[in-house]
Design a protein around this ligand. Structure first.
Ligand code: M6R
Length: 598
C-alpha cells in the first residue's frame, strides 16, 4: 500500500535520498509515484508506473535539503499523474497513506468556500482542509490539531508548508516512523525506506504532531504540549534487501523457510517442553480462542484451529478480520483473541484487536514486524522470526505463523496432559529434523513439470479435507495472487454439490492428502474428477497407488508439523506457474504488501 518518505537535513542530496527511500518501499505495491522538494519554492514531480519513470524525470544535480516522496496504491480515483501524490493546495503540500472517509462532505464545504480540486482523491481534500485551517490560524500545528478533530478515517501524512522549512507529520491507523542521523531527519512508512541513511528510529504515536526541522525533531500532543521522543538504534542486519542470486524475492523467501522455522521455534524449546510451558502464557485459563486475521494469515488461523481443537481440545473460532470487527462477537473473560499478521499493521486486523481490547478481552498477537502497531498494542506478543519478507505473496511468514500456532497447540495440549511421553519424544525429534525435511521438499524438481502441464489453464482447483482443506485455501490464494489464474479451494467432499460441473477435459485439480483417516475419502473425490477428464496432482505423505497424473511425495511427520512440509509444493507450483506466465512475481498487480486501509 502507499509508501511515504521524507527528509529534512544538511545533506543536499535529498532527491537521491527520496528516490532510494521510494525504491525500498516498492515491495508494498504501488501504481504511481512522486516527490516534492523545496529550494526557493516547492516543486513537484510525479509519474505513473515504476519508480524508474520518476527517476528519469529528476535532475539529481539539483541541490535541496528538504523533500517528501510517495508511492501511491490507488484508492480514490484512477491511476494517473493528477491523482498521484504529492498534492498541493494553496500553501500546503502533502503525501498521504490511508483513507479519508468523510472527504466528500469536507469537499463540499471547501468547494463552497472557493476551493477547486484537480484530482478525484481524498488526499487533495485533506490537503485543502489543512490549507484552509492554516489560512485561518497562520499556525501549522494549530491547523493540524483542527484537522485531526475533523477527519474520519486513517492517515499518515508528510506535510510541507510554503512559508517554512519544516516537515510536519501526524498519523492515525496508518504507520509512520521518524528517523535521524547526524546530518538530518527522516519520515517514512517503514524503517527500510531510510535504513541506508538513518541510525535511529521511533514510531510516531497517534494524536502526536511531529515537527521536523533540519536539526531537530519535536513532538507535540493535541494540546500542543511537548512530549518525549523515544529513539532506538536501527538494526541494519534485518534490512538486507539482496536477492542473494535468486530470480525473485519469493523464491529466496521460500528457501529461507528451514532457517525461519528454526529461529521461530528454538527460543521456546531450549529445554524441551518445559521451556515451552515456561515461555508461553498460560492458555489453560481460556475455554475458547478466536483467531482473527486477513488473507494468508487467516489461512494460518484455519491450520491453527485444526491443531488446537484436535490436540488441546479447545474450541477455536477463526474469522476474517474485516467481518469480525463489525459483528457481534460472543466472547467473554474466558476467551483469548489471537490476531495473526506479518506486518502488524493490517487495518482490519488492527481494528479487530482494538475492538477486543476495548471489550476487555485478553489479546495475543502473532506478528513478524518488530515495533509494529499490533506488536505494541496486544496484551501478549509472540513474535515470529521470519525476518523481512519482501515478496508481496507471503511464504516464509506464513510458515512461521503456522509454526507459532503449532507451538501454541503443543503447549496447550501438553499443559492439559493430552500428549504422553512417547508422543512428545516423536514431536521433539520431528521438530529437530524438520528444517532438513523442509529443505529437501523445496529441492524436489517435479514442481516445474506440474507447472508446465497446468499453466495455460483458466481454472485450477485445490481440494482437501480437514487440515488439508485449510492448506488448499492457501495454495489457491498463492496461485491466484501471483499467476492471475482463477482458482478455487474446496473441501473435497463438497465438490460434487455443484462445483464439479466446472470440471472438464484438462481442468487441473490438485488434491492434498495428509489427513491419515481421510485419505481414502479424498482419493475417491479425486477419482471422481479424474473420470471427468481432470489433470490430477496429489500432494501426499502416504503411498498412493492410484493412477493420478502427478504424485508429489512429501515426508511424513507428526501432524502438528506436517503443514510446514505440505505448504512447500503449493508455494513452488504457484511460483513455477507464475514464472511460465511471465508474471511480476514479487509485485503482483493490484496487490499491496501491507494493507493499511479497510
Ligand atoms: O500483514 P498481514 O499478515 O496482516 O497481511 C494479511 C494479508 O494481507 C496477507 O496475508 C495477504 O493475503 C498476502 N498477500 C498473501 O500472500
Amino acid at each position: 500500500m502507499c509508501g511515504i518518505v521524507g527528509y529534512n537535513g544538511k545533506d543536499k542530496n535529498t532527491l537521491r535520498i527520496l528516490i532510494d527511500g521510494l525504491k525500498a518501499l516498492e515491495y508494498r505495491g504501488y501504481d504511481s509515484a512522486g516527490i516534492a522538494y523545496k529550494n526557493d519554492e516547492i516543486n513537484i514531480i510525479k509519474s505513473v508506473g515504476k519508480i524508474n519513470e520518476l527517476e528519469n524525470k529528476i535532475d539529481f544535480n539539483l541541490n535541496t535539503n528538504i523533500g517528501i516522496g510517495h508511492t501511491r496504491w490507488a484508492t480514490h480515483g484512477s491511476v494517473n499523474e493528477n491523482n498521484s501524490h504529492p498534492h498541493n493546495v494553496g500553501d500546503i503540500t502533502i503525501v498521504h497513506n490511508g483513507i479519508i472517509e468523510n472527504f466528500n462532505e469536507i469537499k463540499k464545504e471547501l468547494t463552497s468556500k472557493g476551493y477547486h480540486f484537480n484530482s478525484t482523491t481524498d488526499t487533495e481534500v485533506a490537503c485543502a482542509l489543512i490549507d484552509y485551517y492554516y489560512k485561518e490560524n497562520k499556525d501549522i500545528k494549530t491547523s493540524l490539531v483542527k484537522f485531526m478533530k475533523k477527519i474520519k478515517g486513517s492517515y499518515a501524512l508528510g506535510i510541507m508548508c510554503k512559508d517554512s522549512d519544516t516537515i510536519y507529520s501526524v498519523r492515525k491507523d496508518s504507520p509512520l516512523i521518524i528517523a535521524k542521523n547526524e546530518s538530518g531527519n527522516f519520515i517514512a512508512s517503514d524503517t527500510i525506506a531510510v535504513s541506508k541513511y538513518a541510525d535511529s528510529v521511533m514510531y510516531l504515536d497517534e494524536n502526536v504532531i511531529a515537527e521536523i526541522t533540519n536539526d531537530k525533531i519535536t513532538l507535540f500532543d493535541k494540546d500542543l504540549k511537548e512530549v518525549e521522543s523515544n529513539f532506538k538504534s536501527i538494526d541494519k542486519s534485518t534490512n538486507n534487501t539482496d536477492k542473494c542470486g535468486y530470480d525473485h524475492y519469493m523464491l529466496k523467501e521460500i528457501h529461507e523457510q528451514p532457517k525461519v522455522f528454526r529461529d521461530t521455534v528454538s527460543p521456546y524449546l531450549e529445554n524441551g517442553i518445559d521451556s515451552l510451558i515456561d515461555k508461553m502464557p498460560d492458555f489453560t485459563k481460556y475455554n475458547r480462542i478466536d483467531i482473527v486475521a486477513c488473507g494468508s494469515a487467516y489461512h494460518t488461523g484455519l491450520v491453527g484451529k485444526n491443531l488446537i481443537e484436535e490436540f488441546a481440545q479447545v474450541p477455536v473460532n477463526v474469522e476474517v478480520a474485516s467481518e469480525y470487527r463489525y459483528k457481534n462477537n460472543f466472547y467473554d473473560d474466558k476467551t483469548l483473541v489471537i490476531v495473526v499478521s506479518q506486518s502488524g499493521e493490517t487495518a482490519d486486523t488492527l481494528a479487530a484487536l482494538r475492538k477486543a481490547k476495548n471489550d476487555n478481552i485478553d489479546t495475543l498477537a502473532i506478528v513478524n514486524v518488530e515495533g509494529s502497531t499490533m506488536a505494541r498494542e496486544a496484551d501478549i506478543l509472540l513474535k515470529i522470526k521470519a525476518g523481512r519478507e519482501i515478496a508481496v505473496a507471503t511464504t516464509k511468514a506464513y510458515s512461521a505463523q503456522v509454526a507459532m500456532l503449532s507451538l501454541i497447540a503443543l503447549n496447550l495440549a501438553s499443559a492439559k496432559g493430552n500428549i504422553d511421553k512417547e508422543e512428545m519424544k516423536v514431536i521433539l525429534k520431528d521438530i529437530k529434523e524438520l528444517p532438513v525435511k523442509i529443505e529437501n521438499t523445496i529441492l524436489n524438481s517435479d514442481y516445474k513439470n506440474i507447472a508446465e502441464a497446468i499453466y495455460k489453464n483458466d481454472n485450477i482447483f485445490f481440494i482437501g479435507r480437514g487440515i488439508d482443506y485449510a492448506l488448499s485455501m492457501e495454495g489457491s490464494l498463492k496461485l491466484k495472487e501471483i499467476s492471475y489464474i482463477n482458482s478455487q479451494a474446496y473441501a473435497a467432499g463438497e465438490l460434487k454439490h455443484g462445483t464439479i460441473s466446472l470440471i472438464e477435459e484438462g481442468t487441473p485439480v490438485i488434491g492434498i492428502l495428509t489427513e491419515e483417516n481421510l485419505i481414502l475419502k479424498t482419493i475417491s473425490n479425486i477419482e471422481e474428477v479424474k473420470s471427468r477428464g481432470a489433470i490430477t496432482t496429489v500432494i501426499t505423505n502416504s503411498d498412493i497407488n492410484n493412477n493420478f497424473d502427478y504424485n508429489i511425495k512429501i515426508p511424513k511427520v507428526h501432524k502438528l508439523l506436517q503443514s510446514l512440509l505440505t505448504i512447500i509444493p503449493l508455494q513452488l507450483i504457484s511460483y513455477e506457474v507464475a514464472k511460465l506466465r511471465n508474471c511480476n512475481i514479487d509485485q503482483p498487480k493490484n496487490l499491496a504488501k501491507s494493507v493499511t486501509v479497510e
